[in-house]
Every structure is written in C-alpha cells, then in structure tokens.
Design a protein around this ligand. Structure first.
Ligand code: MCN
Ligand code: CUM
Length: 796
C-alpha cells in the first residue's frame, strides 16, 4: 500500500512553484549591494577618461585633496607602488586598474576619490586635472591591422602590433576537399555588433578591511564569488582564508557581473589604506561605457553544398574586436570561446574555423552576454548562413534544415569540431514550430501579399547550444577546473538548508534547488531554505554563467540529496529493526518490503540522526557533493517568427513568434518559461534596437538609455511557447539541461531571417543588427547590403 507523496504538492520536479525570492523582491525588501550600509562607511567615485586613446602627461589631484570630506585620491601611480596599477585578466592578459601611461578607451578608469558621501567624491573627481595628449584611435579590426596603425598595448614588451591571437580549430584539409566536391558554394559576411547586458542594477562593491582581525569582507555584485576570492588572494596577496566575498541579492547579471572590474580593486585597496568600509556603486553610464561588452565580431563564412541540399563542409573566419584589454571570461583552451560550437545541430562532415583577435580603443569586450562563451555569435552566424544557403539552392528553409539535422538515432554525435552532443529530437521540435506558425498557410499568404506590394517574411532559427561549463578535463578558468558543489544540512525536525557554489542573479535558484531536494528526499520544498553567494558558508564553486547552474550545481544538489538518502536508509533500517536490504524507498518514506505499512518518514529519520542513531554511526544528517559533469548539456530550440516590413519606412512588425524549447526535464516549468520569455525579449532588442557603437574618434554611442534602448512591455511582441518536446539529458542525474541563455542565443537570427525573407528576391544578403528602420529602408531602396560596423557612418 503506497503512501508516496504527491510530488507536485510538495513542490518537487515539474511543479510550477511560485518563486520564493519574489516575496522579498516585490515588497521592496531585497538586499542589494547598494542597500548595505556599514558603520563609518565612505564612498568612492571613479574619474573616467573622456578620450579613447591618449598619453597621460600629468595628473594633478591637489584640488581634489583640498575638498572637505575627501579622504583619499587614488591614481595609477599610487596603485603602482603597491603593484596594483595593472591586474591579470581571465584570458591571461593584463588590464589597467587605473591608467598610468595612457588611456586606451573612452570611459577608462583614471583616478578614484573616496569621500564622506558620493556627491563630494563626484565633485572631487571633477577637480582632478588630467593633461592628455590625444593619439590616433582604432575602432575596428581593419584599422587595428592596417599598416602604420598605432600600437595600443605598448605597455607589453612582446606586443609589436595589435593582433592578440591567430587561432584555428577543425580539419583544414578535409574541409578543403569538401569544397572541391561542392556543387554550390554559399557565402555570407556579417558583423555581430557590440551589445551590453545592461542589468538594472549596476556593478558595485563595499570593501571592509578590519585591521584588528585582519579580515577583508567584500559585499559585491559578482556571479562567481569564489573565483573573486581566489583573484583577490592572488592579486592583492592577501591570505585566502582572511577574505570573505558576499554576493547579496543581484539585480540581474546576464554576464555583466562575471569579470573583475577596476572599481572592485580600488575599493578594496582604499579600505585597506583607510581601515574603513568603502562603497563603490557604478552609475548607469559608467556601467554602459566601461563594463562587460559582448560580441563585436566579424564573421565570414562559406558553405560547401551538394545540389540536393546536403551540407558537405563549412569554413568560418572570425575577426574579434576585444577592445583595449583581452579580458574574456572563457575556458583557457579556447581563444574565441565556444565559437566552434557553430553548426553543431547539423550533421556536417568537415569544418574549419580560423579566428583572429585584435585590440582596439574600446572598453574590454568579449564578455559573454547571456551566452555560453561566444555561442550567441556562433548560432547567429549558423542560422543566417543556413538561410542564405537554402536560398542559394532555391530550397525550402525548413526542408533544408530537416535534411541536414543530426538525427535522433545518431546521438551521441561528435561534431567536426570535436564536441559530443548528448541527445535531442531536432526534427520533432521543428515540426511543432512549423505547425504552430502554420507554415504552409503563411507561405501562401506571403505570396499573395507580395502581389499587392506587401512584404511579409518568415524566419526560422534552430540550434543546439553547449550549456553547463564543466567537465574538468576540458574546461577551466585560469587553470581552476570547472565543477560545482552543493552542501545540504537536514536539521532534526526535517527542515533543511542547502548551499551551492552557484550564485543566482534572478534565475530563481532559491526556488528550483529546493524542488530538486523535494524530488530526491520528499522533504517539501518549502522546508528547504537555499543560500548562495557567501564564500564563508557556501561550498567552493565556479559561480553562475554559461547556464551552468542546473547542469552542474543542480546536479550536485541531486547527488548530495542522494548521499543524505543513503544515510537516512541506514537510520530507517535501525528504526524499523530490519536490515538495510529489506528497506524500500518511496517519495518521502522508507518502508519494509514485506510489510509496506511499516515505514518511517524522512523526517523521522532526520530526528533519529540526532537522537537515536545506531551504535557506531556518526551523528547528524549533513553532506556535501562536488559534481564534475561528464559533458556539457545540449538543449535544442526552434524559434520561428513572422514579420511584415513596411517598404516606405523600413519599419518591421512581428506578426507572430513561436518558440519550441527542449531543455530536457523541466524542474520548474514556470521559471523555464520566464527564462525563455526574457531571452526572447533580449533577442528582439538585439535584432531591433540595441546599438552600442563608436564614432571615428572612439566616442561610445550608446552609453545612455536614450541611445541604448531596452524594450519595454509596449514594444515587445507576444511569444507563444511550446514545451511538448522533452529529451532528458542522458548524463544529468535528473535529466535536466540548461535553459538560461537559449532564447537570447537562438532568438536574434529568427528575427533577422524573417526580415531578410521579406526582402527575398531583392538581392540583399545581409543587414547588420540592429535592423533599424533606416537600415532596412536603405537595403530595400538601394538593393544593397547594409553594414553596421564602426565607425558609425554618421561620423564618417
Ligand atoms: N531550470 C529548470 N529546468 C531546467 C533548466 C533550468 O527549472 N531544465 C531553471 C533553473 O533551476 C534556474 C533557471 O531555470 O532556476 C535557469 O537555469 P540554468 O539554465 O541552469 O541557468 P543558470 O541558473 O546557470 O543561470 C545563468 C543564465 C545566464 S548564464 C545568464 S547570462 C542569464 C540567465 O541565466 N542571466 C539572467 N537568465 C537570467 N535571468 C535573470 N532573471 N537574471 C539574469 O541575470
Ligand atoms: Cu554568458 S552571460 Mo551568462 O554566462 O552569465
């Protein structure tokens, strides 16, 4: 007689449980870095360079020191005396903390003032006199490698020009052969513009050095607190056990809060020097102009095709503009992130990728913005290229994809670049999408509308994405292996606290991790409190990015719960006075196999762990699991958009968008849908309106919300989501795959493909994002491709 609990009722796997964190967020009771005030706290502001490239002739801080309420003025020269003027980046480069010799991008940190309040500090920044000698400016890779180009990184002895790396992966000879055999060769070139994660909360930190205890506590906006602790220990040469990093509530990260920024370092040094807490909170333009840029790559590819539509091979070349410092957070084996995940969803015999990275006079870029290390660029190019190739062959978009997909029976599938795809049902996802958009009917309407001069278009984007950075054999950041952890303590009354090495920034870990515990142990989710982000209490982990939390930390949550269950089983056997082999488990309860009525609940086992354990058993019911995943997880998505383009104005409207996401088992379907809708909104923004670029002088266009547009509910189209395709991840303990970035990665190509489909027959192959009305209008009117690469043309 089964007494198993109803999993959905206890908030287990598959329950659309309301987010527990929202009860504080929607009441305005969140605890963000800027909400924290410590006794005696001072405030720091940063002086930034107005110029993109200039030699610093002198910095006069005397007037700033004279302002009442100013406690400290930091310059690069002072930082240098402590060996802190430069810091290492996550890609084995160096980055200026405060400029000493030159400024290398507009918005670069030049000096800091620490004062009684932020207003005094800001005024004092303005009182600092910096004498700059302007230098020629580089804003794109073409200029970077031009003859006679100024060397941006003349601080590095080994650096002759502006090239950071030349890198390649894949099979060159095999790919060349594929091209020799091709009936048709299809080509495409485009620029994926710089974009910015732009979380609502800017970056910030409060450093609190206590001389009496020698302990440094830093509250800060970081997605990876343990990595920061290691970085502070190594850079500032402080003992690691005397450093405590606390990431409180984070108002959105989206990748912006992975890197180490100069502001963090300066606030730490200031607190050490002044022996008082020092708070730095970035302002919006500081955030937009200097932190966490993504993309900015030029992609140039070609596809070898057989007449019947079979893809024989692909070549891709990327030119990446990294800005003044190469600071990408990415696995150290790869120079251009996981760009070589491009075309993974398609069964392609041969592929070759070359990549060149260059410096420019722009803020350090290459941070992943809602993308697992350059996957966004890879999938965007893939889906634009696939559309172009189908068009060149005169083939149907959907049929071309279906013909080339990796088939269900071919998993695990090795891509030509070496990734191992775990599982998927690609054709099924596509079919669900085509049905939902009513594909044949739309094509008929489109042809009808054409006759009357109306431009309708349909864009498809289908992709699989590598999510969940680990396994430790292949993935590391600065040599630190990528795994993650969970620590579960079950108290005697059966309530529990769970901590992981991940760090939620809005994804809802406090809700979903408890659901995994509920699924594994039958402890109701509401009885499990989840805590992340404090290095003094959380087990070591690599943090949250690359949608790695569910694939790695989430797996650790399942594994630690299973360890707890194993001990609880021994306690149950003791309580039931039978041997362990005679004990069976059902959700929340152990029972005697031969007498199912005789059982004990997990809560009774918890009580026994503290009050009635068998002789020789270690008391308590706690454990920790470190999880090193065997592979990445490979979710699949099919996004289809229909649009109407106004030929008079170039304005385009979304008629309908459908999204079919297969992320394996969904822990919390409502949260997954929220992740998809948020990602599609960002995808729409990138395709339609977001514009961070640079004029010829290196002035950043888009350092404010008048120029860099965030879509509101008013602009954002409706999305129709489909969840019927579920391919459990074969190597994840609960079958889940990551989802946090899929829609932002796969979405943009669907919009762009739709607009270009509306323009089919005009000869226009490409319009660079964002597809602003004037660009679309120009393409329609002059029947030519439109590039958005900097310098922006208005300043040509
Ligand atoms: N989930 C689930 N079932 C699955 C997969 C995920 O229920 N099969 C749930 C997870 O438990 C988690 C959420 O969905 O609550 C996202 O999970 P996952 O895909 O593991 O991604 P992460 O938690 O690692 O989040 C990182 C990802 C990244 S890298 C960016 S960038 C991004 C994103 O999440 N930044 C975000 N989504 C964001 N959402 C918000 N609100 N704020 C951000 O800063
Ligand atoms: Cu890639 S942006 Mo997220 O990985 O934090």
């Amino acid at each position: 007689m089964s007494q198993a609990l109803d999993e959905i009722k206890i908030g287990g796997l598959g329950a659309s449980r309301k987010r527990v964190e929202d009860s504080r967020f929607i009441r305005g009771k969140g605890n963000y870095t800027d909400d924290i005030t410590l006794p005696g706290m001072l405030h720091m502001e940063i002086l930034r360079s107005p110029l993109a490239h200039a030699r610093i002739k002198s910095i006069d801080t005397s007037k700033a020191w004279d302002i009442p309420g100013v406690h400290l003025v930091l310059t690069g020269e002072m930082m240098a005396t402590r060996n802190l003027a430069w810091m290492p980046t996550l890609s084995y480069d160096t980055q200026a903390v405060l400029a000493t010799d030159k400024v290398r991008f507009q918005g670069q940190e030049v000096a800091c003032v620490i004062a009684d309040d932020p207003y005094i500090a800001k005024d004092a920044c303005e009182a600092i006199d910096v004498d700059y000698e302007p230098l020629p400016v580089i804003v794109n890779p073409r200029q970077a490698v031009a003859e006679g180009a100024p060397v941006i990184r003349d601080d590095k002895e080994s650096q002759a020009g502006n090239v950071i790396y030349d890198w390649e992966v894949g099979d060159k000879a095999g790919t060349d052969r594929a091209f020799e055999q091709a009936d048709v060769i299809s080509k495409l070139q485009l620029h994926y513009p710089r974009s910015h994660p732009s979380p609502i909360e800017c970056c910030g930190s409060i450093a609190d050095f206590n001389r009496a205890t020698s302990k440094l506590t830093v509250y800060m906006t970081t997605q990876a607190p343990h990595i920061i602790r290691a970085a502070v220990a190594l850079v500032a040469e402080l003992p690691e056990h005397m450093i405590r990093i606390i990431s409180p509530d984070i108002g959105g990260g989206f990748g912006n809060k992975v890197p180490v920024y100069p502001g963090y370092v300066c606030s730490i040094l200031a607190s050490i020097l002044l022996e008082r807490p020092v708070k730095w909170i970035e302002d919006k333009s500081g955030n937009l102009i200097s932190t966490g840029f993504a993309r900015d790559v030029y992609l140039d590819g070609e596809m070898a095709l057989r007449r019947d539509g079979k893809i024989l091979g692909v070549r891709i070349h990327t030119d990446a503009d990294h800005g003044a410092f190469f600071s990408d957070a990415q696995p150290s084996k790869f120079k251009i992130g996981l760009m070589h995940s491009a075309f993974a969803a398609y069964d392609i015999p041969a592929a070759h990728l070359t990549a060149r990275g260059t410096y420019s006079n722009k803020a350090p870029g290459g941070v992943a913005y809602r993308c697992s290390f350059r996957v966004t660029e890879a999938m965007f190019f893939q889906e634009r290229m696939v559309q172009a190739a189908a068009d060149d062959l005169g083939m149907d978009q959907a049929a071309f994809r279906r013909m080339n997909f990796v088939r269900d029976e071919d998993f695990p599938h090795r891509t030509p670049f070496g990734f191992l795809l775990d599982s998927g049902q690609y054709a099924k996802c596509l079919d669900v999408g085509l049905k939902a958009i009513d594909y044949q009917e739309f094509r008929r309407e489109q042809a009808e509308a054409r006759k009357r001069g109306r431009l309708l278009g349909l864009g498809i984007s289908t992709m699989t994405e590598p999510l969940g950075a680990g396994n430790s054999r292949e993935y590391d950041i600065l040599g630190i292996k990528m795994f993650d952890s969970a620590d579960l303590k079950v108290h005697m009354t059966g309530k529990a606290i769970l901590r992981t090495g991940a760090k939620t920034q809005g994804q809802g870990h406090e809700t979903t991790w408890a659901q995994i515990v509920a699924h594994e142990l039958g402890i109701p989710a509401e009885d499990v409190v989840v805590e992340e982000g404090d290095t003094d209490t959380a087990p070591f982990g690599m943090g949250t990015y690359a949608s790695r939390s569910t694939p790695v930390a989430g797996a650790a949550v399942a594994m630690v719960s299973r360890k707890i269950r194993a001990k609880a089983r021994r306690l149950a056997a003791h309580l039931l006075e039978v041997s362990e082999e005679d004990v069976e488990w059902e959700l929340g309860r152990f029972y005697v196999r031969s007498a199912p009525d005789r059982g004990v609940t997990i809560q009774e086992c918890a009580m026994a762990a503290y009050s009635n354990m068998p002789d020789g058993m270690e008391p308590g019911l706690e454990n920790t699991a470190y999880y090193d995943p065997p592979n990445l997880t490979w979710p699949f998505a099919c996004y289809i958009v229909t649009v109407e383009v106004d030929p008079e104005t170039g304005v385009w409207d979304v008629l309908k968008m459908v999204a079919v996401d297969d992320c394996g088992v969904r822990i919390n379907p409502m949260i997954v849908e929220g992740q998809i809708m948020g990602g599609l909104t960002e995808a729409y923004a990138m395709a339609n309106m977001q514009f961070i670029t640079f004029d010829a002088d290196g002035n950043c266009v888009g350092s404010n919300y008048m120029d860099y547009l965030l879509p509101s509910a008013w602009e954002t189209p409706g999305f129709e989501l489909h969840s019927e395709v579920v391919t459990p991840c074969p190597h994840h303990p609960i079958g889940a795959k990551g989802i946090g970035e899929c829609a932002a990665v796969g979405g943009p190509a669907a919009f762009v493909n739709a607009v270009l489909d509306a323009l089919s027959g005009t000869g226009v192959r490409n319009i660079d994002m964002p597809l602003l009305p004037d660009r679309v209008w120009e393409a329609i009117t002059y029947r030519r491709d439109v590039s958005g690469a900097p310098p922006v043309r208005s300043d040509d």
